[in-house]
Design a protein around this ligand. Structure first.
Ligand SMILES: [Zn+2]
Length: 275
């Protein structure tokens, strides 16, 4: 055996193992490995190491892919979480927006009502008292009648555009006639409430404070965060009832538009009570 051949083969072995050698060289090396134990041993050793290296590399790759997969899983969870968060925020924003659009449209309806000629009846109920207010407005003239009812007494007051106040107590028959003064049992400083502005006031209070709005027959029912409930006419935007869920006190309103006559604003005859 030619020692020189061994040197050449051993030099070529790495390329031979990697399949980088030509067919003739391969034949030459094959022939040589069959005959030379020393070179065969070197060859066997080299291929064994390569196998181990490959296995090591494969293991590394598997580890890397596992890591990558875990990262992907985490990313999926984060993306799902973000989508759910966006959905929740969107639903909340949509509901708020829907409520504000609805209240704005009711306000617009209110503005179309002509309130130069209207009458209304208000009933305010508290735990121990009921106050009924009847009001007639015709152009610049008005007439207001207030009746306060509690367990003991019924007190009636009248006020018209000439600022006269006549008040009597049904039980005690105590009578006051006051011109432009307010030391009566009922604060008569009130002017006829324009139902439009009253409702707009309520909208202004409740707009940022609405918990939910539902439909109830011909009304919208607004529930506010501070436990008030408003009934609003869907056709007109007029507030017809306000209820405090905490105290159970309520105010209800009945309006009539464009049906007030001159007679309605004439003071009733109370001469029998005036001394
Ligand atoms: Zn050899």
């Amino acid at each position: 055996m030619n020692r020189n051949d061994c040197k050449i083969v051993q030099d070529l072995l790495p390329n031979y193992i990697e399949n980088l050698t030509s067919k003739e060289t391969n034949n030459f090396i094959d022939e040589h490995l069959k005959k030379c134990k020393e070179c065969k041993d070197i060859y066997d050793n080299m291929t064994k190491n390569i196998k181990i290296d490959n296995i090591k590399n494969n293991k590394k790759e598997v580890k890397y892919f596992k890591k990558f997969n875990n990262k992907l899983k985490n990313l999926k969870i984060i993306i799902i979480f973000i989508i759910v968060l966006i959905l929740v925020v969107s639903i909340f924003a949509y509901n708020n927006l829907k409520n504000i659009i609805l209240l704005n449209s009711l306000e617009e309806k209110l503005k179309n009502i002509n309130t130069s000629n209207y009458s209304y009846t208000t009933e305010m109920i508290t735990n121990d008292e009921k106050t009924i207010t009847k009001c007639f407005v015709l152009n610049e003239k008005y007439y207001v009648e207030i009746e306060k009812v509690n367990e003991k007494t019924i007190v009636k007051s009248y006020k018209d555009d000439k600022d006269d106040i006549i008040l009597y107590d049904k039980d005690g028959a105590i009578l006051y006639k006051i011109n432009g003064q307010t030391n009566s049992k009922i604060d008569m400083n009130i002017l006829p409430t324009n139902p439009k502005y009253f409702a707009l006031d309520i909208y202004a209070i409740s707009k940022n404070d609405i918990k939910e709005i539902s439909k109830e027959g011909k009304y919208y029912v607004l529930n506010t965060k501070n436990n008030y409930k408003y009934w609003v006419e869907r056709d007109t935007g007029i507030v017809v009832k306000v209820l405090s869920l905490d105290t159970n006190e309520s105010m209800s309103f009945k309006y009539n538009f464009n049906n007030v006559k001159e007679d309605d604003i004439v003071k009733p005859d109370v001469s029998e009570y005036v001394k």
